[in-house]
Design a protein around this ligand. Sequence first.
Ligand SMILES: *Cc1c(COP(=O)(O)O)cnc(C)c1O
Length: 407
Amino acid sequence: MTREEARALDAADPLRSFRERFRLPEGVIYLDGNSLGALPEATVARQRDAVERQWGEQLIASWNCENWIDAPARIGARIAPLIGAAPHEVVVSDSTSVNLFKAIAGAAALRTERIILLTELGNFPSDLYVADGAAAMIAGLTLRAVPPGEVEAAIGDDTAILLLTHVHYKTGRRRDLASLTARAHAAGALVVWDLSHSAGAVPLALSADRADLAVGCGYKFLNGGPGAPAFIYAAERHHAQLRSPLQGWFGHSAPFEFRDDYAPAAGVQRFACGTPPILSLLALEAGVESFDGACMVELFAKSTRLFDLFAGEVERRCPELALVSPHNSDERGSQISFAHPNAYEICQALIAARVIGDFRAPDILRFGLTPLYLGFEDIWIAVDRLAAILAQQSWREPRFAVRAKVT
Ligand SMILES: *Cc1c(COP(=O)(O)O)cnc(C)c1O
């Protein structure tokens, strides 16, 4: 494809106007929206209003008059259609890692007669660490992490919980949520899905697929801002029995009655814990609203075309890069990853050339495909700069080998 052809695709793209909702630095091609979503233009004014007027002028009255108190449920309800859930099945709260702990402990209490918390090796580290800690703390629960290809066969009579990440953070490989959930249910187990690289990235149908519990990230594809609060989903059919292990007052049925005894709030709200970070919540709300008017099916269809252009141009112009993401769009999320022994240095050289992707140890070069604000010409330019860096071996400059704390 030529640059002109890519530009023509942008001109014909019905989603093109969405990029105007985002503030992106001139000349930068941002391929890291899977790690930190771009800044929505609306967030800037919303944050200013939240700080200056709501907090500065109205002070504590804003809990009522700006409905701060309902923000976790309100924003959860806005995330719900993006993940195929009912509005009252999602609440925004804490971080993904904390929500994972709550989901595991909540599910374990519904399966006390079973002993295994099953997950896969190579899962996102925080998921493995939280699972390990939860298993150490919950009597009778043992963590079993098996190689990815052995998960399905390992589901058995002793499985209490299957804990899986839907889209793998490194490769972008997507699990079949419906069939694995059905497989676990047939064995009598519950499933906790981590949707960090799925929410706002791929179409999801949690209700139709009979998901039990899920967690997901606010600062990646949902554009909620650095460290944005996460969400937790629980299917309505579990609401009456589920309990959070972190019984904070915001998960109480009547927090402002200040009672000594804990009584869980109705539904998923019981997974809220302490006072929510309102400024961050309002930023997340604007991030989620940046999806208004677009549906996940059309966004992912564009993502697939961006992927095909990226993969095709890399195959033609950068033969030293090995594609590690699945070719088949049904089997991947909204990213493209390549392996190369010097992925770190190449990534740094690309950033110096104003193409921002990221590196995942030990050898993965990863690019997020965010159809809300990326176009076909962006992909073309990114691969053009990548091809030049590889052809000239400019990544060998010593400055590109200096390791930063965050990659
Ligand atoms: C990004 C990510 C997380 C992040 O968890 P935090 O608690 O927000 O740091 C968790 N799990 C997966 C699979 C992720 O990709």
